[in-house]
Design a protein around this ligand. Structure first.
Ligand SMILES: [Zn+2]
Length: 87
């Protein structure tokens, strides 16, 4: 019935992910050199933060970041520190 713009939706998922590769153990927090779990993409570059510093600096970078890749869920998964797991 309608001409649904499939090309538009098709472009969302597949192609433009090159700057969003998963963070690895080689990615270190710019503040404390711990393993980074958050990548903050800025117009001038990018910053890496551990979960602690991501939380601390979130109010500052949130207004200027063009993309925030938050993988702190992995931190919880790897360390089993989910809410209610250990007192
Ligand atoms: Zn840090």
């Amino acid at each position: 019935m309608d001409a649904r713009p499939g090309w538009l939706y098709g472009g969302v998922n597949g192609t433009t992910i090159d700057s969003r590769t998963p963070l690895t153990a080689a990615d270190r927090c710019d503040r404390c050199n711990a393993q980074a779990y958050v990548r903050v993409v800025l117009p001038v570059g990018e910053l890496l933060f551990c979960a602690h510093h991501a939380r601390e600096h979130a109010p500052k970078f949130a207004s200027v970041a063009t993309h925030v890749q938050d993988e702190t869920d992995r931190l919880l998964a790897e360390h089993g520190a989910g809410p209610g797991s250990a007192g």
